[in-house]
Design a protein around this ligand. Structure first.
Ligand code: CU
Length: 137
């Protein structure tokens, strides 16, 4: 079980071959977007922290507006969960997302770039754990 955890480590950098992950007409995210989700894997009943780091092609922080995270499951018929992200330092944002069912999810990070253009970026979140777990002693 523990060995399976590595693939939850989500380090998705746009611009190194991940351009195919868009699912709408919104333009792509800034040159560098890193999305991490904690804990690994997320668990139902324990709000997960989604950290989003945005950088331009020169590595400078990108400040966006209206940043939010929309979580959906890969099967039909589930209501998405939505969380607003807040800026904690330049180019770094945090959202708290509640996964409502165990299984495979994906999150869409949506925001508005400094030039007013919307963007979005999708990250798969497989294997959300169904049950809340006590902290290990
Ligand atoms: Cu579901």
């Amino acid at each position: 079980m523990r060995a399976m955890r590595w693939w939850f480590l989500l380090l998705i950098i746009l611009g190194v071959g991940m351009g195919g992950c868009q699912r709408s007409s919104a333009q792509s995210a800034p040159a560098g977007i890193t999305v991490t989700v904690d804990p690994v894997p997320p668990r139902v009943g324990e709000p997960a922290t989604v950290t989003i780091i945005l950088r331009d092609a020169q590595g400078n922080p990108v400040n966006v507006s209206d940043l939010r995270v929309v979580g959906s499951m890969t099967h039909a018929g589930m209501k998405p969960v939505v969380a607003k992200a807040r800026e904690i330092s330049p180019g770094r944002y945090v959202a708290t997302l509640e996964f409502t069912m165990g299984g495979d999810w994906f999150i869409v990070v949506q925001g508005v770039l400094p030039d007013g253009e919307p963007f979005e970026h999708t990250v798969d979140i497989p294997g959300v754990e169904a049950k809340e777990r006590r902290a290990e002693p």
